[in-house]
Design a protein around this ligand. Structure first.
Ligand code: MG
Length: 382
Protein backbone atom coordinates (compact mmCIF):
# COMPACT_ATOMS: atom_id res chain seq x y z
CA UNK A 1 0.00 0.00 0.00
CA UNK A 2 1.23 3.52 -0.78
CA UNK A 3 0.17 6.42 1.40
CA UNK A 4 -0.55 9.12 -1.16
CA UNK A 5 -0.68 12.85 -0.33
CA UNK A 6 -4.48 12.71 -0.62
CA UNK A 7 -4.62 9.87 1.89
CA UNK A 8 -2.37 11.76 4.32
CA UNK A 9 -4.63 14.81 4.02
CA UNK A 10 -7.66 12.60 4.76
CA UNK A 11 -5.87 11.19 7.79
CA UNK A 12 -5.18 14.70 9.12
CA UNK A 13 -8.85 15.61 8.73
CA UNK A 14 -9.82 12.50 10.71
CA UNK A 15 -7.25 12.71 13.48
CA UNK A 16 -6.37 16.38 14.12
CA UNK A 17 -8.35 18.81 16.27
CA UNK A 18 -10.72 21.27 14.51
CA UNK A 19 -8.44 24.19 15.48
CA UNK A 20 -5.31 22.51 14.03
CA UNK A 21 -3.78 23.78 10.78
CA UNK A 22 -4.37 21.04 8.21
CA UNK A 23 -1.95 20.72 5.32
CA UNK A 24 -4.86 20.38 2.89
CA UNK A 25 -5.96 23.88 3.90
CA UNK A 26 -2.61 25.60 3.42
CA UNK A 27 -2.61 29.10 1.93
CA UNK A 28 0.19 27.75 -0.27
CA UNK A 29 3.55 29.02 -1.48
CA UNK A 30 4.60 32.25 -3.14
CA UNK A 31 5.61 30.34 -6.28
CA UNK A 32 2.93 27.78 -7.09
CA UNK A 33 4.28 24.23 -7.41
CA UNK A 34 2.60 20.98 -8.47
CA UNK A 35 1.65 18.84 -5.43
CA UNK A 36 3.94 16.00 -4.40
CA UNK A 37 2.51 12.51 -4.93
CA UNK A 38 3.19 11.24 -1.40
CA UNK A 39 4.18 14.15 0.83
CA UNK A 40 2.03 16.89 2.31
CA UNK A 41 3.13 20.53 1.99
CA UNK A 42 4.45 20.68 5.57
CA UNK A 43 6.43 17.47 5.05
CA UNK A 44 8.04 19.17 2.04
CA UNK A 45 8.82 22.25 4.16
CA UNK A 46 10.51 19.94 6.69
CA UNK A 47 12.74 18.39 4.03
CA UNK A 48 13.62 21.80 2.54
CA UNK A 49 14.78 23.07 5.93
CA UNK A 50 16.95 20.11 6.88
CA UNK A 51 18.55 20.08 3.43
CA UNK A 52 19.47 23.78 3.67
CA UNK A 53 22.99 25.12 4.26
CA UNK A 54 21.80 27.36 7.10
CA UNK A 55 20.50 24.27 8.94
CA UNK A 56 23.81 22.39 8.63
CA UNK A 57 25.66 25.41 10.02
CA UNK A 58 23.65 25.29 13.26
CA UNK A 59 25.99 22.51 14.40
CA UNK A 60 28.86 24.97 14.69
CA UNK A 61 27.05 27.95 16.18
CA UNK A 62 27.00 29.01 19.83
CA UNK A 63 23.97 28.47 22.03
CA UNK A 64 25.43 30.04 25.20
CA UNK A 65 28.98 28.70 25.29
CA UNK A 66 31.34 29.38 22.40
CA UNK A 67 31.16 26.48 19.97
CA UNK A 68 33.83 23.84 20.61
CA UNK A 69 34.39 24.69 24.29
CA UNK A 70 32.78 21.46 25.54
CA UNK A 71 31.80 18.35 23.60
CA UNK A 72 28.51 17.80 25.43
CA UNK A 73 27.37 21.42 25.76
CA UNK A 74 24.41 22.48 23.64
CA UNK A 75 24.96 23.94 20.22
CA UNK A 76 22.35 25.74 18.14
CA UNK A 77 21.65 22.41 16.41
CA UNK A 78 21.12 20.32 19.54
CA UNK A 79 19.02 23.15 21.00
CA UNK A 80 16.90 23.05 17.82
CA UNK A 81 16.42 19.28 18.16
CA UNK A 82 15.30 19.73 21.78
CA UNK A 83 12.79 22.38 20.68
CA UNK A 84 11.47 19.92 18.07
CA UNK A 85 11.08 17.22 20.70
CA UNK A 86 9.20 19.46 23.17
CA UNK A 87 7.06 20.96 20.37
CA UNK A 88 5.99 17.59 19.02
CA UNK A 89 4.99 16.36 22.45
CA UNK A 90 2.77 19.39 23.14
CA UNK A 91 1.34 19.39 19.61
CA UNK A 92 0.49 15.69 19.73
CA UNK A 93 -1.29 16.02 23.07
CA UNK A 94 -3.40 18.94 21.79
CA UNK A 95 -4.29 17.32 18.46
CA UNK A 96 -2.22 19.80 16.42
CA UNK A 97 -0.29 19.27 13.20
CA UNK A 98 3.04 17.71 14.19
CA UNK A 99 4.55 18.08 10.72
CA UNK A 100 3.97 21.84 10.79
CA UNK A 101 5.13 22.34 14.36
CA UNK A 102 8.28 20.31 13.70
CA UNK A 103 9.16 22.32 10.58
CA UNK A 104 8.68 25.64 12.38
CA UNK A 105 10.84 24.45 15.29
CA UNK A 106 13.58 23.25 12.93
CA UNK A 107 13.73 26.64 11.20
CA UNK A 108 13.25 28.89 14.23
CA UNK A 109 16.96 29.64 14.86
CA UNK A 110 18.32 29.55 11.29
CA UNK A 111 18.95 33.30 11.46
CA UNK A 112 21.23 33.29 14.48
CA UNK A 113 24.60 35.01 14.03
CA UNK A 114 27.86 33.42 15.21
CA UNK A 115 28.57 33.82 18.97
CA UNK A 116 24.93 33.64 20.03
CA UNK A 117 23.11 36.59 21.54
CA UNK A 118 26.32 38.59 21.97
CA UNK A 119 26.98 38.24 18.23
CA UNK A 120 23.41 39.33 17.52
CA UNK A 121 23.74 42.44 19.72
CA UNK A 122 27.04 43.32 18.07
CA UNK A 123 25.66 42.96 14.54
CA UNK A 124 22.62 45.02 15.50
CA UNK A 125 24.96 47.75 16.73
CA UNK A 126 27.06 47.58 13.56
CA UNK A 127 23.87 47.82 11.47
CA UNK A 128 22.48 50.84 13.33
CA UNK A 129 20.95 53.21 10.82
CA UNK A 130 21.00 50.42 8.21
CA UNK A 131 17.95 48.45 9.36
CA UNK A 132 19.57 46.71 12.36
CA UNK A 133 19.87 42.96 12.88
CA UNK A 134 17.40 40.59 14.51
CA UNK A 135 17.75 36.79 14.34
CA UNK A 136 14.01 36.23 13.84
CA UNK A 137 13.92 38.58 10.86
CA UNK A 138 17.10 36.95 9.58
CA UNK A 139 15.51 33.47 9.73
CA UNK A 140 12.85 34.81 7.37
CA UNK A 141 15.46 36.41 5.09
CA UNK A 142 17.30 33.10 4.88
CA UNK A 143 14.29 31.01 3.90
CA UNK A 144 12.81 33.70 1.62
CA UNK A 145 15.91 35.13 -0.07
CA UNK A 146 19.31 33.80 0.87
CA UNK A 147 19.09 30.00 0.43
CA UNK A 148 19.47 28.98 -3.21
CA UNK A 149 18.02 25.55 -3.96
CA UNK A 150 15.76 25.97 -6.96
CA UNK A 151 16.37 27.38 -10.43
CA UNK A 152 15.05 30.95 -10.85
CA UNK A 153 13.74 31.09 -7.23
CA UNK A 154 15.31 32.84 -4.25
CA UNK A 155 14.80 31.07 -0.93
CA UNK A 156 13.09 27.78 -0.13
CA UNK A 157 9.57 28.74 -1.23
CA UNK A 158 8.03 27.53 2.05
CA UNK A 159 4.32 27.57 2.84
CA UNK A 160 2.54 30.61 4.25
CA UNK A 161 1.99 28.82 7.60
CA UNK A 162 5.70 28.04 7.99
CA UNK A 163 6.63 31.68 7.31
CA UNK A 164 3.92 32.80 9.74
CA UNK A 165 5.52 30.58 12.39
CA UNK A 166 8.86 32.36 11.95
CA UNK A 167 7.38 35.85 12.44
CA UNK A 168 7.94 35.82 16.17
CA UNK A 169 7.03 38.63 18.55
CA UNK A 170 5.09 40.61 15.96
CA UNK A 171 2.30 42.93 16.96
CA UNK A 172 0.25 41.88 13.94
CA UNK A 173 0.43 38.95 11.54
CA UNK A 174 -0.28 39.23 7.85
CA UNK A 175 -3.39 37.31 6.82
CA UNK A 176 -3.09 34.36 4.46
CA UNK A 177 -3.51 35.23 0.76
CA UNK A 178 -7.20 35.13 -0.14
CA UNK A 179 -8.35 35.98 3.40
CA UNK A 180 -10.68 38.96 3.88
CA UNK A 181 -9.01 40.00 7.16
CA UNK A 182 -6.58 42.93 7.18
CA UNK A 183 -4.34 41.45 9.87
CA UNK A 184 -4.35 38.91 12.70
CA UNK A 185 -3.32 39.21 16.31
CA UNK A 186 -1.96 35.70 16.66
CA UNK A 187 -0.44 32.96 14.49
CA UNK A 188 -1.60 29.33 14.34
CA UNK A 189 -1.44 27.19 17.49
CA UNK A 190 1.40 25.24 15.87
CA UNK A 191 3.44 28.46 15.68
CA UNK A 192 2.56 29.31 19.28
CA UNK A 193 3.67 25.84 20.44
CA UNK A 194 7.05 26.07 18.69
CA UNK A 195 7.59 29.50 20.24
CA UNK A 196 6.91 28.34 23.78
CA UNK A 197 8.83 25.08 23.35
CA UNK A 198 11.89 27.20 22.51
CA UNK A 199 11.65 28.83 25.94
CA UNK A 200 11.09 25.53 27.76
CA UNK A 201 14.11 24.03 26.03
CA UNK A 202 16.53 26.87 26.70
CA UNK A 203 15.49 27.54 30.29
CA UNK A 204 16.15 23.94 31.20
CA UNK A 205 19.23 23.21 29.11
CA UNK A 206 21.01 26.47 29.91
CA UNK A 207 20.52 25.62 33.57
CA UNK A 208 21.88 22.12 32.85
CA UNK A 209 24.93 23.40 30.92
CA UNK A 210 25.61 26.10 33.53
CA UNK A 211 25.64 23.46 36.29
CA UNK A 212 27.72 21.13 34.17
CA UNK A 213 30.38 23.83 33.69
CA UNK A 214 30.26 24.74 37.40
CA UNK A 215 29.32 28.33 36.56
CA UNK A 216 26.14 27.73 38.57
CA UNK A 217 26.05 25.73 41.81
CA UNK A 218 22.99 23.82 43.04
CA UNK A 219 23.03 25.77 46.33
CA UNK A 220 22.31 28.99 44.37
CA UNK A 221 19.09 27.47 43.06
CA UNK A 222 17.34 26.82 46.36
CA UNK A 223 15.24 29.99 46.13
CA UNK A 224 14.07 29.20 42.59
CA UNK A 225 10.67 27.51 42.61
CA UNK A 226 11.18 25.85 39.20
CA UNK A 227 14.32 24.10 40.46
CA UNK A 228 13.24 23.46 44.03
CA UNK A 229 9.92 21.74 43.27
CA UNK A 230 11.53 19.25 40.90
CA UNK A 231 14.56 18.81 43.17
CA UNK A 232 12.37 17.90 46.15
CA UNK A 233 10.31 15.49 44.07
CA UNK A 234 13.46 13.73 42.82
CA UNK A 235 14.90 13.56 46.35
CA UNK A 236 11.65 11.99 47.59
CA UNK A 237 11.68 9.34 44.87
CA UNK A 238 15.44 8.69 44.76
CA UNK A 239 16.96 9.84 48.09
CA UNK A 240 20.25 8.08 47.33
CA UNK A 241 21.18 9.88 44.08
CA UNK A 242 23.43 12.92 43.97
CA UNK A 243 25.91 14.85 41.82
CA UNK A 244 25.52 14.73 38.05
CA UNK A 245 22.90 11.96 38.26
CA UNK A 246 20.73 14.12 40.50
CA UNK A 247 21.08 17.23 38.32
CA UNK A 248 20.25 15.30 35.14
CA UNK A 249 17.08 13.89 36.64
CA UNK A 250 15.97 17.23 38.11
CA UNK A 251 16.35 18.83 34.65
CA UNK A 252 14.30 16.00 33.16
CA UNK A 253 11.56 16.62 35.73
CA UNK A 254 11.61 20.39 35.10
CA UNK A 255 10.96 19.84 31.37
CA UNK A 256 8.20 17.34 32.15
CA UNK A 257 6.54 19.70 34.60
CA UNK A 258 6.66 22.65 32.15
CA UNK A 259 5.28 20.57 29.28
CA UNK A 260 2.44 19.15 31.39
CA UNK A 261 1.54 22.63 32.63
CA UNK A 262 1.47 24.05 29.09
CA UNK A 263 -0.69 21.19 27.80
CA UNK A 264 -3.21 21.53 30.65
CA UNK A 265 -3.31 25.35 30.55
CA UNK A 266 -3.59 25.53 26.76
CA UNK A 267 -6.28 22.82 26.60
CA UNK A 268 -8.31 24.78 29.14
CA UNK A 269 -7.96 28.06 27.22
CA UNK A 270 -8.86 26.34 23.95
CA UNK A 271 -12.01 24.92 25.58
CA UNK A 272 -12.94 28.24 27.22
CA UNK A 273 -12.59 30.29 24.04
CA UNK A 274 -14.42 27.59 22.02
CA UNK A 275 -12.18 28.10 18.98
CA UNK A 276 -13.41 25.83 16.22
CA UNK A 277 -10.92 26.58 13.44
CA UNK A 278 -7.48 27.99 12.80
CA UNK A 279 -9.17 31.22 11.67
CA UNK A 280 -10.76 31.52 15.12
CA UNK A 281 -7.32 30.99 16.66
CA UNK A 282 -5.78 33.82 14.59
CA UNK A 283 -8.59 36.18 15.62
CA UNK A 284 -8.06 35.63 19.35
CA UNK A 285 -6.75 38.73 21.16
CA UNK A 286 -4.33 36.61 23.26
CA UNK A 287 -2.23 33.53 22.48
CA UNK A 288 -3.93 30.31 23.62
CA UNK A 289 -0.74 28.34 24.19
CA UNK A 290 0.88 29.31 27.46
CA UNK A 291 1.89 28.54 31.03
CA UNK A 292 -0.38 28.76 34.04
CA UNK A 293 -0.07 31.96 36.08
CA UNK A 294 2.12 30.46 38.84
CA UNK A 295 4.50 28.79 36.38
CA UNK A 296 4.75 32.00 34.37
CA UNK A 297 5.92 33.78 37.52
CA UNK A 298 8.33 31.00 38.45
CA UNK A 299 9.84 31.04 34.93
CA UNK A 300 10.27 34.79 35.09
CA UNK A 301 12.37 34.33 38.23
CA UNK A 302 14.41 31.60 36.51
CA UNK A 303 15.00 33.84 33.50
CA UNK A 304 16.19 36.66 35.75
CA UNK A 305 18.50 34.24 37.53
CA UNK A 306 20.00 32.96 34.26
CA UNK A 307 20.68 36.47 33.02
CA UNK A 308 22.36 37.49 36.25
CA UNK A 309 24.32 34.30 36.88
CA UNK A 310 24.97 32.62 33.54
CA UNK A 311 24.55 34.80 30.44
CA UNK A 312 26.53 37.63 32.05
CA UNK A 313 28.87 35.40 34.08
CA UNK A 314 32.41 36.79 33.62
CA UNK A 315 33.61 33.46 32.15
CA UNK A 316 30.89 33.60 29.49
CA UNK A 317 30.81 37.33 28.80
CA UNK A 318 34.60 37.71 28.60
CA UNK A 319 34.85 35.11 25.84
CA UNK A 320 31.84 36.63 24.08
CA UNK A 321 33.24 40.15 24.31
CA UNK A 322 36.48 39.05 22.69
CA UNK A 323 34.50 37.21 19.99
CA UNK A 324 32.43 40.32 19.33
CA UNK A 325 35.51 42.49 18.92
CA UNK A 326 36.60 40.08 16.19
CA UNK A 327 33.16 40.25 14.61
CA UNK A 328 33.35 44.06 14.56
CA UNK A 329 36.83 44.09 12.99
CA UNK A 330 35.86 41.63 10.26
CA UNK A 331 32.67 43.62 9.57
CA UNK A 332 34.62 46.89 9.09
CA UNK A 333 37.18 45.14 6.90
CA UNK A 334 34.44 43.83 4.58
CA UNK A 335 32.85 47.28 4.38
CA UNK A 336 36.18 48.70 3.27
CA UNK A 337 36.98 45.76 0.95
CA UNK A 338 33.69 44.37 -0.42
CA UNK A 339 35.61 42.16 -2.86
CA UNK A 340 36.38 39.89 0.15
CA UNK A 341 32.70 38.88 0.37
CA UNK A 342 33.06 35.85 -1.90
CA UNK A 343 30.92 34.85 -4.89
CA UNK A 344 28.01 36.97 -6.20
CA UNK A 345 29.32 40.01 -4.31
CA UNK A 346 28.28 42.56 -6.92
CA UNK A 347 24.74 41.16 -7.26
CA UNK A 348 24.24 41.07 -3.49
CA UNK A 349 25.46 44.62 -2.98
CA UNK A 350 23.34 45.89 -5.86
CA UNK A 351 20.23 44.17 -4.50
CA UNK A 352 20.59 44.76 -0.75
CA UNK A 353 23.16 47.55 -0.30
CA UNK A 354 26.71 47.10 1.01
CA UNK A 355 25.89 46.97 4.74
CA UNK A 356 23.10 44.41 4.40
CA UNK A 357 25.22 42.25 2.08
CA UNK A 358 28.06 42.26 4.64
CA UNK A 359 25.61 41.56 7.48
CA UNK A 360 24.05 38.60 5.61
CA UNK A 361 27.47 37.18 4.83
CA UNK A 362 28.78 37.55 8.38
CA UNK A 363 25.66 36.40 10.18
CA UNK A 364 25.62 33.21 8.09
CA UNK A 365 29.08 32.22 9.35
CA UNK A 366 29.66 29.60 12.01
CA UNK A 367 31.74 30.48 15.08
CA UNK A 368 34.76 28.60 13.82
CA UNK A 369 34.58 30.03 10.30
CA UNK A 370 34.59 33.55 11.70
CA UNK A 371 37.54 32.75 13.99
CA UNK A 372 39.45 31.33 10.99
CA UNK A 373 38.54 34.35 8.87
CA UNK A 374 39.76 36.66 11.62
CA UNK A 375 43.07 34.78 11.80
CA UNK A 376 43.39 35.07 8.01
CA UNK A 377 42.64 38.82 7.95
CA UNK A 378 44.59 39.75 11.09
CA UNK A 379 47.45 37.23 11.47
CA UNK A 380 49.39 39.49 13.82
CA UNK A 381 46.46 39.91 16.24
CA UNK A 382 45.37 36.30 16.63
MG1 MG B 1 15.80 29.00 19.99
Amino acid sequence: MIWSREKLIELEALTLAPYAQKSGETAGRHFVEPPHPFRTDYQRDYARIIHSRAFRRLEYKTQVFLNGTGDHLRTRLTHTMEVVSVSRCIARALGLNEDLVESIALAHDLGHAPFGHSGEEMLDKLMRGQGGFDHNEQSLRIVQQIEKKYPHIDGLNLTFELLEGLQKHREFYEPPPGSHAVCYLNPSLEAQVANLADEIAYYSHDLDDGLDCHLIHPAQLESLEVWQESYEEVKRRYPEIEGRELVAYVIRCIIDREVEDVIATSARRIAETKVGSVEDVRRQPQPLIGYSGPLCEANRALRKFLYANLYYHPDVSQVNRRACEMLGRVFETYIENPNLLGGNTATRIERDGLHRAVCDYLSGMTDRYLLDEYARLFPSLS
